[in-house]
Design a protein around this ligand. Structure first.
Ligand code: HEC
Length: 113
């Protein structure tokens, strides 16, 4: 009897610890309002932290330098279209991140140049 109470307590604590960690990490994602953090988490693997595209995946997909005139010369609407709807090998993000976050990301890309 004592043993099963102990077991239950251990299980209970484990579940509580898990729940706490899960809430915490959700909190981090929510505060990735911060477009810079979002960019690092979702985009940097292909576009590189500085936007230069100098990553293994970026090079293999031949992404353009986000700081280049080719990219910066496009309008916000054009860049937003690519981020929201995707293009070629570039994933679409409107459904997963929402339209507002996509706009924040375009604004962030403007800060890279
Ligand atoms: C799987 C790799 C990958 C990831 C992850 C990725 N991209 Fe891209 N991105 C691409 C590729 C490839 C292109 C070029 C698409 C084309 O023109 O065919 C591109 C193009 C773009 C462009 C247009 C630039 C141009 O070449 O005219 C923007 C802006 C952009 N990405 C932003 C983002 C943002 C913001 C994120 C994160 C939310 C992101 N990308 C995540 C691969 C990726």
């Amino acid at each position: 009897m004592k043993r099963s109470v102990l077991k239950l307590t251990v299980i209970g604590l484990t579940v509580a610890a898990f729940a706490l960690t899960a809430t915490r990490s959700r909190g981090v994602i929510a505060s990735a309002d911060d477009a810079a953090a979002l960019y690092k988490a979702k985009c940097a693997m292909c576009h590189a932290a500085d936007g230069g595209g100098d990553t293994t995946v970026g090079k293999s997909l031949k992404v353009r330098d986000l700081r280049s005139a080719d990219v910066q010369g496009q309008t916000d609407a054009q860049l937003l279209e690519v981020v929201s709807k995707g293009k070629g090998k570039m994933p679409a993000y409107e459904k997963t991140l929402g339209a507002d976050k996509c706009k924040d990301l375009v604004a962030y890309i403007r800060t890279l140049k």
